[in-house]
Design a binder for this molecule. Structure first.
Ligand code: DGL
Length: 265
């Protein structure tokens, strides 16, 4: 008799990880997915690495208690702060995010790339190492984006406030010759239509969601000997007001779904 299918646990500070969850669903249609949004503590961007690490451990505990067989840290900031500790603590496949600096360096024709990310990601040792490894072939300009995650959490993907903020972050990168922009925060792919409008058609926009979903599929193929067979389902959890996440799901996930209350840590 085959053992019951176990879900994959995915978490982020809020709705950003839904941009990754879409790629995971496309890559692994049969898997059950748990999504945990730490909305009570979002945004993570400017919080201390110690605080973010504690939150990541609490969210991982919650997902493992729900029988997760693998974890995806669908947040660049939490990956930078906590992936090492998570891997020490939990003996299951754990896939994290990192800004797509390597693909951007390969894609740029001008030799200049702009990285949009939270200050937590940009100031991390992991990011410094990434730029050291892959950034020597191009000029890498980093741009923290304070306030942007809050606009996306509010569901404002194209209003004047979001447009003004994004333009203020992107215009200096374009003025310095960047022809390739890295979305180094999982919230930002939801702004791709607006960014495309602001940056114009010739600028390349790169993100890591699809690569992370492929990496997860590879890890599961190596370790999961009773893969899911049915039609995969999702369960959504929020540490904030479940109604707020539920209201955003149709637009950001593509379907309405119930949201359960998450208490972790
Ligand atoms: N979505 C997250 C990331 O990829 C964190 C955003 C935040 O909470 O500041 O970095």
């Amino acid at each position: 008799m085959s053992s019951p299918a176990r879900p994959i646990g995915v978490f982020d500070s809020g709705v950003g990880g839904l941009s990754v969850l879409r790629h995971i669903r496309a890559a692994l249609p049969a898997e059950d997915l748990l999504y945990a949004a730490d909305a009570a503590h979002a945004p993570y961007g400017a919080k201390s690495p110690q605080f973010i690490e504690a939150r990541a451990l609490a969210l991982a505990e919650f997902l493992v208690a729900h029988d997760a067989k693998a974890l995806v840290v669908a947040c660049n900031t939490a990956t930078a702060a906590a992936i090492v500790r998570l891997r020490e603590r939990f003996g299951l496949p754990i896939v994290g995010m990192e800004p797509a600096v390597k693909p951007a360096v390969e894609a740029t024709r001008a030799g200049v790339i702009g990285v949009l990310a939270t200050s937590g990601t940009i100031e991390s040792g992991k990011f410094a190492e990434l730029v050291r490894r892959f950034g020597s072939q191009a000029r890498v300009i980093v741009q923290p984006c304070p306030g942007l995650v809050e606009r996306i959490e509010a569901g404002d993907l194209e209003g004047p406030l979001t447009r003004g903020l994004l333009d203020g972050f992107v215009a200096p990168l374009l003025a310095q010759g960047a022809d390739t922009l890295v979305l180094g925060c999982t919230h930002y792919p939801f702004l791709t239509p607006l960014l495309r409008e602001l940056a114009g058609p010739s600028v390349e926009i790169v993100e890591s969601g699809a690569a992370v979903a492929r990496q997860l599929a590879r890890r599961l193929a190596e370790t999961d000997f009773s893969p899911a067979q049915g039609a995969g389902g999702e369960r959504f959890f929020s540490s904030g007001d479940p109604a707020l996440l539920a209201a955003l799901l149709p637009r950001l996930w593509g379907a309405a779904a119930p949201v359960e209350r998450l208490s972790a840590g």
